[in-house]
Design a protein around this ligand. Structure first.
Ligand code: FEO
Length: 398
């Protein structure tokens, strides 16, 4: 018995042949995936030629083959378009080439270099393409759009002219495994997933993302079909959200990643939170040890301020706060204002180390509060002052 594999026709002779990975828990051993992810590949059948846009993660090659087989003999594929060289989309190229021996891989110059360094492919099987170059499939025309550093140096988009479908690989994506194919079927606030993903993957490359969005203004885009998450057949909302995130448009929001060993830091965070909330600004405590860090990335996307809460452990910040602060700095969030609240039993040290770690962010460390033992009234007054100072800066829009 042949086990059916789901495929979906998203436009005439254009098929989603991707797979869902319900079990995946981490991406790059860095990004938690509490709800899995998908690897979307797309088959485009023209009257003369056929193209596959991206492949799938290692371990899913035979699913991809089985899906393509429901539409055509995979041995007849003419082009394998590699928008991005990362293994979740490109590792399957070898498998597809073992079936379609005559097929050509199309990639950017940098993509070719990277594919040859990452995979066991023959150089002559990869043809490089330039931004603006087109590929004629007969009744369908594909155009390649140069879009580097989203989020690797070799990335490009593929645009199906006649239907206005953009295949942007990772850009506009989200990590979630869902039986729904389209954003408008998702039934929840899909943007939450897209925002977390943007924070994790694209935020460090905001200037590059801005350039790509500018470039896309020259194209009529009816559908966005990314390589993770769902497809957008009314793409205005996702484009507008990406424009806002890329521009670093922040909300009146202060994120408070914290950890507390014996409750003192938690008490200070509570006071800080109430101070901020009383001023009408959104205070978002994030207890680091109990929450998924992908949710932190999404909150970093539009927070105007960040205050870390940590005890001093072994003369420095709690190791989980060091990790979170390091990650936050590397993700390059647009926050302008930083603060630290710290508690210690006999000697501090966390603020000094954290201050050094935060050097080089796009924001300014506005102040810190260090407390020995359980926080007393005068300690809490200093916490209130710190909160009010950050609130004042946000409200003045400095
Ligand atoms: Fe989905 Fe950068 O790979």
């Amino acid at each position: 018995m042949t086990i059916p594999r789901e495929i979906r026709e998203i436009a005439s002779d254009v098929y989603w042949v991707g797979v869902r990975d319900w079990e995946r828990k981490f991406f790059d051993k860095l990004v938690p995936l509490p709800e899995g992810t998908s690897y979307n590949a797309y088959l485009i059948k023209g009257t003369e030629k056929t193209a596959l846009v991206d492949t799938v993660n290692p371990g899913f090659e035979e699913d991809l083959e089985a899906k393509i087989s429901q539409v055509m003999d995979p041995r007849g594929l003419d082009y394998l378009i590699m928008n991005h060289a990362e293994p979740d989309h490109a590792n399957g190229l070898g498998h597809m080439l073992s079936l379609a021996e005559q097929a050509e891989i199309l990639a950017t110059n940098k993509g070719k270099e990277m594919a040859l360094s990452l995979y066991d492919l023959q150089e002559e099987k990869i043809r490089t393409v330039e931004g603006g170059e087109t590929l004629d499939l007969g009744d369908k025309t594909l155009e390649f759009i140069d879009a580097p550093w989203l989020h690797w140096p070799e990335t490009m988009f593929t645009y199906f002219r006649e239907e206005g479908i953009l295949f942007p690989s990772d850009f506009f994506g989200a990590h979630v495994a869902t039986p729904k194919l389209y954003a408008d079927e998702f039934g929840e606030d899909y943007l939450k997933y897209a925002k977390d993903y943007f924070g994790e993957i694209m935020m460090p490359f905001r200037p590059r993302a801005a350039r790509a969005l500018d470039k896309l203004e020259n194209y009529e885009i009816n559908t966005i079909a990314p390589s993770h998450g769902v497809i957008h057949r009314d793409p205005e909302e996702i484009i507008s959200a990406h424009r806002s995130w890329t521009n670093g448009e922040v909300k009146e929001k202060i994120l408070i990643p914290y950890i507390s060993m014996w409750g003192s830091t938690a008490e200070m965070v509570k006071t800080l939170r109430e101070t901020i909330a009383a001023a009408g600004i959104d205070a978002v405590p994030f207890e680091v040890s109990s929450q998924n860090l992908n949710r932190l990335a999404g909150k970093l996307v539009d927070s105007a301020g960040i205050v870390f809460g940590t005890p001093t452990v072994l003369a420095g910040p709690h190791p989980q706060i060091i990790y979170v602060a390091t990650l936050a700095k590397k993700l390059n969030p647009p926050a302008k204002y930083y603060g630290v609240v710290e508690s210690h039993g006999w000697a501090g040290g966390a603020v000094r180390e954290l201050s050094g770690l935060l050097e080089g962010t796009s924001g300014e460390l506005l102040g810190s509060v260090e407390v020995k033992g359980s926080p007393q009234n005068d300690d809490m007054e200093r916490v209130v002052e710190l909160g009010e100072r950050i609130v004042g800066e946000i409200k003045s829009g400095r």
